[in-house]
Structure formats: C-alpha cells, structure tokens
Design a protein around this ligand. Sequence first.
Ligand SMILES: [Zn+2]
Length: 130
Amino acid sequence: MTATVVNGLEVLADEPTEAPMRSRNGSPVLWQQTRTLLLEDGNTVYGCVHCDYTSDNVHSIRPHLNKHRTASAASVAGVDQFGEVTLAEVMRRLADFDEISIEREAWKARATRAERSLSTLRAALRGVAS
Ligand SMILES: [Zn+2]
C-alpha cells in the first residue's frame, strides 16, 4: 500500500509519475508503479505503488520496484521486470488484432457471396414453382 503519511505529513494526492521520456508519438509516458505524492506542505515525493517506500529522488523508485518482482510476474512472457507489458508484447497483441480484423473481413465477403447465391437459388426455385 502506497504511503499515506510521509515524515508526519499527510499525502493529499497520489498520481502516476510522468516519465522523463516521451513515447514515440510524443505523448507522455506514465509510470503507474512510481507514484507522485503531493504532501500537505505542498512538496512532492515519489512513492512505491506496492508499499510505503518513498524517496525525494524519482530514480530510486524503479530500482526499488525490483523488491516486489514476483516469480510469476517475471515468468509471464511479454511482461518486463516491473510487471508492465513490454512494447514487443503490445506489438504482438496488435498484430493478433489485425489478423482477426482481416479474417472477419474475409468471412463477411464470403457471407455476402453466399447470401447472393442463395437469393439467386430462391429466385430460380420460384421460377420452377410458378
Ligand atoms: Zn515498494
């Protein structure tokens, strides 16, 4: 549980921390496990999402997160040591999604063709019946 009191000061806000780097499309990257804690005296410190560890130095939180690294999280493919999904995994999921979309388009085309031949068949049958 993230600290709610730091050096006797109450934590007023607990938010993810904006990483020093930006993503490729220029949008900010948020570290969900490194919390930015706003204290009642107006100062901010950084905290761990898993425990009450805090530090004035943002760079000491990520190494600290290793302590919470679990065997199960580390063994899940596509999840990095901080338990966050890696870019490679995101790309793989996107590729899967693309394939599903392509497949769906193919099935839609087949269904449309089948429907058309069915109505041709019905028209032909009607012709025979009359
Ligand atoms: Zn921690």
